[in-house]
Design a protein around this ligand. Structure first.
Ligand code: XMP
Length: 508
């Protein structure tokens, strides 16, 4: 495995993803991780990531010095490189201009890290401090117009420093460099794959679960579906899955999920219709955070009641993914709550259950791949993300059964048209928002006074940032016509062209 020490770079997860895509397992730990834990992982190589800090900052992040005595190759990227140079007696200079974006490096002399890369290469830089002088024992192996020591190596320390970011797609030689680090320098076998992970996890789960019972809340989303499907492979007779219809789902969604899951889990699948209970609890509530809270609490209550009927349940399965684990790492600090996303938090203690999180080590795309190898249908695996509180946060203001029905019809048309145009997989999320605004229109000879609807379609790679999807105008106009003509209650359609930030994906 390759251990990545995170110094806070926005690209750290990308380093892990790239290395895993070459078939080598990686883990990210905060740079100040306890040394004994790093040693236990027995890495074949270590990567020191970039980071937003300057080595001159009073609270500049650092790592345990013993990392450098582990006798394994170390790759320092950007801040990780500057940190080592600074500590080893080289000179890092405060830059006044910085070097951002594309630049060209020229290779100097021979170095394994650049095996197969020749002459010059375009790379991606993002730094303000610069390395002015290397420590003793280091030799320059690449330079750029602004970084005379864009890459260097120290043979006795087994250290390689790169001022550029090999993990970003814009660095042409990035893949070659990372692959050289893994294969030629660390000499790690490339044996990690989702398939191998699946087999190992099933064995581990079998051992861990023993003869205990596992309960699982299935939402129909990728993470919970893959979690349940994986556990089913390990303990088919001991898993019990619950789907709770909160009345805030899209048209036909509950039936779709129930159909697939009943086929898999048979009599161990329970579909609970709690529509009326959720709507009753939401009556008169307009504030988005209160809506979320009520939905989360009602969910817990219903789940508790239903799952409580399975006597002797010991484990609660949850679809926690690796990015959730890293996000909650203390290095990132307590990030301000913009929206409180609800999950089944709070349940394990209340029901005295142990958590089972078999996807904790996987990224989203790996989870999808795993789902496919477990035989889940591709339509389910590649579905757009759908928030836990569902349509409740797509109806600003109070939720009523009438508004839900209108929104469901409009949403169905939108998705039908997007699928028909072959654009579904190009869009991260596509949905409609029923606005709490009525406007005047004219249909035939009649004046209408109906709701306005906003269409929201965004592109994104992780939901953290997003841009509005640039629709062909004809298609947009066709969608608007169909909605106004076919959905009673809407007489105006708007298209939301706000990116995130400053907007958010959802309206609430
Ligand atoms: P925002 O609106 O925060 O959305 O830009 C980012 C991603 O998170 C989803 N989202 C939620 N998911 N519970 C969820 O499970 C929530 O309360 C929630 N709010 C937003 C949103 O759909 C998008 O994918």
């Amino acid at each position: 495995m390759i251990l990545i020490l995170d110094f806070g770079s926005q690209y750290t997860q990308l380093i892990a993803r790239r290395i895993r895509s070459f078939g080598v397992y990686t883990e990210i730990v905060p740079c100040y991780e306890d040394f004994s834990r790093c040693a236990t992982l027995n890495p074949a190589g270590i990567v020191l990531s970039g980071g937003p800090d300057s080595v001159f900052a009073s609270d500049a992040p650092g790592c345990d010095e013993r990392i450098f005595s582990m006798n394994v190759p170390i790759l320092g990227i950007c801040y990780g490189y500057q940190y080592v140079v600074h500590r080893r007696g080289g000179v890092v200079r405060k830059g006044n201009k910085g070097e951002y974006g594309r630049t060209r490096i020229s290779l100097k002399g021979d170095a394994d890290i650049f095996h197969g890369v020749h002459g010059e290469s375009n790379v991606w830089m993002s730094h303000s401090d610069e390395i002015a002088e290397l420590p003793p024992g280091f030799r320059t192996v690449a330079g750029s117009p602004h970084s005379p020591h864009a890459a260097s190596v120290s043979e006795d320390m087994q250290f390689i420093g790169l001022q550029f970011h090999p993990e970003v797609a814009h660095s042409e030689c990035g893949n070659a460099v990372l692959l050289n680090f893994i294969e030629r320098i660390c000499r790690t076998p490339r044996t990690w794959s989702v398939e191998a992970y699946k087999d190992r996890k099933i064995r581990e789960l079998r051992e861990q679960i023993g003869s205990h019972k596992v309960i699982c809340a299935l939402s129909g989303g990728v993470d919970s579906s893959v979690t349940a499907a994986l556990i089913r492979e390990a303990a088919p007779e001991q898993i019990y899955c619950f789907y709770i219809n909160n009345g805030l789902m899209r048209k036909g969604e509950s039936e779709y999920v129930a159909d697939i899951m009943r086929g898999r889990f048979g009599s161990h699948f329970f579909s609970i219709n709690a529509e009326a209970r959720f709507l009753k609890n939401l009556t008169g509530v307009s504030d988005p955070e209160r809506k979320r809270k009520i939905i989360g609490e009602t969910f817990i209550r219903v789940f508790e009641e239903e799952a409580g009927k399975i006597s002797g349940a010991h484990y609660l399965a949850q679809g926690t993914l690796y990015p959730d684990v890293i996000e909650s790492s203390p290095f990132k600090g307590p990030s301000a709550t913009i929206k409180s996303h609800h999950n089944v938090g709070g349940l394990p203690e209340k029901m005295s259950l142990q958590l089972l999180e078999p996807l904790r080590e996987l990224f989203k795309d790996e989870t999808r791949e795993l789902g496919l190898t477990l035989g889940l249908p591709p339509e389910l695996i590649y579905r757009h993300p759908f928030p836990g509180p569902g349509l409740a946060i797509r109806i600003p203001g109070e939720i009523t059964a009438e508004k839900l029905a209108i929104l469901r019809d409009a949403d169905t048309i939108l998705l039908e048209e997007i699928r028909r145009a072959g654009l579904y997989n190009e869009i991260w999320q596509a949905f409609a928002v029923l606005l709490p605004v009525k406007s005047v229109g004219v249909m035939g000879d009649f004046r209408t006074y109906e709701y306005a609807l906003s269409i929201r379609c965004v592109t994104s790679s992780d939901g953290m940032t997003a841009d509005w999807f640039h629709f062909p105008h004809e298609l947009l106009s066709g969608i608007s016509n169909r909605i106004i003509n076919e959905v009673k209650g809407i007489n105006r359609v708007l298209y939301d062209i706000t990116s995130k930030p400053p907007g958010t994906v959802e309206w609430e």
